[in-house]
Write a protein that binds this ligand. Structure first.
Ligand SMILES: C/C=C/C(=O)SCCNC(=O)CCNC(=O)[C@H](O)C(C)(C)COP(=O)(O)OP(=O)(O)OC[C@H]1O[C@@H](n2cnc3c(N)ncnc32)[C@H](O)[C@@H]1OP(=O)(O)O
Length: 265
């Protein structure tokens, strides 16, 4: 099972639960996440949703170890699953907190930024190494990142796959704040407690209004990314990247198996 759900009073914890693969997600996991988010939104006893990962990563992005990563069918259905999952986070009538510990990579960045609060531990980093494996960002990332940091940093992250540390992510406005490990859980609990004291209806309408006016490009982004990703699936670059990943070989372009550089701070 790659997604687990637990309740702590009125807080629904949804966990990406595949620590041996750094919580990489395939299409089934994305659908399970979407199911869990939609079901939390329909439960009157749930006031806030916390999305996080088990172990030392938030989410290492799309699963590169699936049966047929080079098939157009896999790309299309994974892209549809990511669209469904990100749309569920944006539309669910409850505040969603992404608790980001460790890496948020690829679609992991979209999961973190689609949330209403991205609560970040100081060991977190954000990276979109899509172009280094011959793909393009998906999961709405082309809209979500630009909506958070502006075009200049969005281009560095999207085109170069540059990695943003937690501190740089906060400094550049990708996330609101970073917390040291010793206070991270307490800060998370403080935020869920504050939200629990506010009217659910008021939070729901406010969240949906903010998202409707700030994420106006999201629907178009999903469609553009899906078409682009399908086209890129059949390229030599992607085939080479998957071969390198499977063989645990570093690639000269990146010096890593897939890889990303740090954004200079
Ligand atoms: C359609 C696709 C959309 C996308 O999202 S494209 C982006 C896909 N994601 C990536 O390219 C990221 C790949 N992963 C990494 O770069 C690194 O991992 C991390 C930076 C996240 C963490 O690095 P470290 O702490 O050194 O861990 P580790 O030894 O690389 O990973 C532990 C195990 O997890 C597996 N794993 C990591 N990411 C993925 C993935 N995305 N898909 C499948 N498996 C993954 C590895 O292979 C390894 O496994 P083993 O222990 O057998 O060597």
């Amino acid at each position: 099972m790659s997604v687990s759900v637990t309740d702590d009073a009125a807080v629904r914890h949804i966990l990406i639960d595949r620590p041996d693969r750094m919580n990489a997600v395939d299409k089934d996991a994305l659908h399970r996440l979407a199911d869990a988010i939609e079901s939390a939104g329909a439960d009157p006893d749930v006031r806030t949703i916390v999305l996080s990962g088990t172990g030392r990563a938030f989410c290492a992005g799309g699963d590169l170890d699936v049966e047929d990563p080079l098939s157009v069918e896999n790309t299309a259905s994974t892209s549809d699953a990511a669209t469904r999952c990100i749309s569920a986070i944006v539309a669910v009538p409850r505040p969603v907190l992404a608790a980001v510990r460790g890496p948020a990579v690829g679609v992991g960045v979209s999961l973190a930024l689609a949330a209403d609060f991205t609560v970040v531990r100081s060991d977190a980093f954000f990276s979109m190494p899509f172009t280094s494996i011959g793909l393009m960002p998906d999961g709405g990332a082309t809209a979500l990142v630009a909506a958070s940091v502006g075009r200049a940093v969005a281009m560095r992250m999207s085109l170069l796959g540059e990695r943003l540390s937690a501190t740089d992510a906060a400094r550049m406005g990708l996330v609101a704040a970073v917390h040291e490990p010793d206070v991270f859980e307490a800060e998370l609990a403080k935020l869920t407690a504050r939200l629990s004291r506010i009217s659910i209806e008021s939070l729901a309408l406010t969240k949906l209004a903010v998202n409707d006016s700030s994420l106006t490009e999201l629907g178009d982004a999903f469609a553009r990314e899906r078409a682009g990703q399908i086209r890129l699936t059949t390229t030599d670059s992607f085939r080479d990247a998957i071969a390198a990943f499977t063989a645990k070989r570093t690639r000269p372009e990146t010096g890593e198996r897939t890889g990303s550089d740090h954004v200079g701070s």
